[in-house]
Design a protein around this ligand. Sequence first.
Ligand SMILES: Cc1cc2nc3c(=O)[nH]c(=O)nc-3n(C[C@H](O)[C@H](O)[C@H](O)COP(=O)(O)OP(=O)(O)OC[C@H]3O[C@@H](n4cnc5c(N)ncnc54)[C@H](O)[C@@H]3O)c2cc1C
Length: 294
Amino acid sequence: MFDAAIVGGSYAGLSAALQLARARRRLLVFDEGRRRNRFAAHSHGFLGQDGRDPSEIASDARSQLLAYPNVTWCDERVEAVARQPTGFALTGAGGSHHEARTLVLATGIVDRLPDVPGLAERWGRAVFHCPYCHGYELDRGRIGVLAVSELSMHHALMLPDWGRVTFFLNGAFDPSAEQSAQLVARGVTVERQPIRALEGDPVDVVLTDGRRIALDGFFTATATEVSSPIAGDLGCAFADGPTGRYIATDEIGATSVPGVFACGDAARAAGNVALAVGDGAMAGAAAHRKLMFG
Ligand SMILES: Cc1cc2nc3c(=O)[nH]c(=O)nc-3n(C[C@H](O)[C@H](O)[C@H](O)COP(=O)(O)OP(=O)(O)OC[C@H]3O[C@@H](n4cnc5c(N)ncnc54)[C@H](O)[C@@H]3O)c2cc1C
């Protein structure tokens, strides 16, 4: 019986694990190895690691974690978790079975990309969702924003701080007079012609009338889903965010199910590496508190 099982061994899970490892608890970390930012060559905005390869940030953290002899690592997807009187029983995709007294869910989310030909191939290289992560490198250049709904106004109104913005409505919504005035006030060019495809390097928008608009970068919102059904299967409550549902927690990362904690992108409306690491540290300490005091 482990003291804690952590499902997801990326930034949030590693951070939770580090707290529990340093509390001298026996823990098991499962990781399937599909970090959300695996499409990007550089990670920005995380203190002390700005501009590094995101896989190196995670692998350095993992090496430091595995120096603690009380940590067991399992490169396996957890398929199922069942509640038991003393904790939780976990079943791995490879058929492994383990038990733990507490559970930390750090599974991250999956991005469902808009269905525009050529967009998926450029995700993380020239097509992004987060201006803070990838806006600065565009050097105040030509930026496209793809509307997916009225919520894309948020993107269109933010991005002029990073460059010259064209807002591609693509039939997703029609700005009101007030919204049009806001776009004008921020210097945003509105393009109503639908998009046929994204092409070129870094990215050209090809419109259905044949026009081609060369850009330095392109932003869009994705629809998001928690990567694993475990939280739902265990009966954890969820909350609604602007891009999808996420696991609801209190301020220390406790879910609605006793003994289950959640952190990182899976447990917030919008996340990044720094927030995942902070959430993980809190959830790890909260799981430790549960082990000490019940
Ligand atoms: C293209 C792109 C670029 C980004 N760039 C930046 C950036 O520059 N700066 C920044 O701060 N943020 C960036 N982000 C956001 C950042 O990737 C996330 O906020 C961060 O990865 C969240 O960390 P996490 O640990 O919560 O989840 P993740 O990093 O997504 O990790 C979750 C882990 O859990 C594993 N997992 C899931 N289910 C299971 C299961 N059942 N069993 C075992 N393992 C499981 C997954 O395989 C994965 O390894 C970017 C995101 C994208 C999409």
